[in-house]
Design a protein. Structure first.
Ligand code: ZN
Length: 146
């Protein structure tokens, strides 16, 4: 078994289909949904359209995010994300693939995304909460043991 394998078994909780509010920030909205529904662990995907976004590219040498501003409306071709616990609070981690008017795609870690329309499929996972802890190798807060 790999030394760093973190394996946890979860049971499926609620399966939810959610329409996000027009004009909301996708990360803030998903965080608020997790908080209000008391979901501490889950996975989700989404499709729709964003009116603007800020993406991140993690510089693996500097161990920090470079920001990519998306100033124009884009199709939300795909969004994959998860919810776990960071600093005692539900934390939403999401990556997106966006497409412009010509169908060209751009992707990355979603830092902000202004929702034009978004349909989310959220799967709650039940079990001992999945917690993020600082990982010295990457500089990120990754799933681990407290
Ligand atoms: Zn990420």
């Amino acid at each position: 078994m790999p030394r760093n394998l973190l394996e946890k078994n979860f049971k499926h909780g609620r399966s939810l289909l959610i329409r996000l509010d027009h004009g909301s920030d996708m990360i803030a909205e998903m965080t608020e949904i997790a908080r209000s529904l008391e979901i501490v662990t889950g996975v989700f995907n989404a499709i729709g359209a964003l009116s603007s976004a800020e993406l991140g590219y993690y510089d693996q040498v500097k161990n920090e995010y470079d920001k990519i501003a998306v100033e124009e409306p884009a199709e939300l071709v795909s969004c994959s994300g998860n919810i776990s616990v960071r600093d005692g609070q539900p934390f939403v981690h999401a990556h997106v693939v966006l497409a412009d008017r010509g169908g060209k795609i751009l992707g990355g870690h979603l830092m902000k995304g202004c929702v034009f329309a978004a349909e989310v499929c959220l799967q709650e996972l039940l079990g001992s909460p999945l917690v993020r802890v600082h990982d010295p190798t990457t500089g990120l807060k990754l799933w681990g043991e407290e």
